[in-house]
Design a protein around this ligand. Structure first.
Ligand SMILES: [Zn+2]
Length: 161
């Protein structure tokens, strides 16, 4: 599971870019609402590995409001639905690493990992290795997933329906 944890990018928080959090292929941001964002892990454990985070830079569940907690879980559910529809995985690993000792790579900004799984996918990372340039297959997956994230209905208050 080493690569699941490797979501650091220098000193900057990957969920808090210095410029606006616009949906962006270069930064692999699939979705942003007032509360929640979804990005693709550029060091994926498997194809379609997504990170779902609150927009606020908080380290643990105890720092989330009830509204953020609800939105976060709704977004995890939506993300799984979209992955099912677009990529037809046979299962998922969904999880939260809290604190560095638990393996959180970006421990200061909590996030859920959603990893789609297929039979026989265990060698994925040994093929792709550790690269700084976003591999082409991740960009391709981004393009496949993005239209579905664009279609997620939002209430006038900015909540996920
Ligand atoms: Zn952050």
């Amino acid at each position: 599971m080493k690569y699941v944890l490797s979501d650091e990018e220098g000193d900057n928080c990957i969920f808090c870019p210095e410029d606006d959090r616009v949906e962006d292929e270069k930064r692999l941001i699939l979705y942003v609402s007032p509360h929640i964002m979804v990005i693709m892990n550029r060091f994926p454990y498997n194809n379609g590995h997504l990170l779902v985070a609150p927009v606020r830079h908080v380290s643990g569940l105890e720092s989330l409001s009830d509204e953020e907690t609800l939105e976060l879980l709704k977004m995890v559910r939506r993300s799984i639905d979209i992955l099912k529809e677009i990529m037809a995985p046979e299962g998922f690993n969904v999880g939260l690493n809290l604190g560095r000792v638990a393996g959180a790579g970006m421990e200061e900004h909590m996030h859920f990992h959603i990893v789609p799984r297929w039979n026989g996918d265990t060698n994925f990372m040994t093929v792709h290795g550790d690269v700084r340039v976003i591999p082409e297959h991740i960009k391709e997956t981004f393009k496949k997933l993005r239209p579905s994230f664009d279609k997620i209905p939002i209430t006038s208050q900015g909540s996920i329906e």
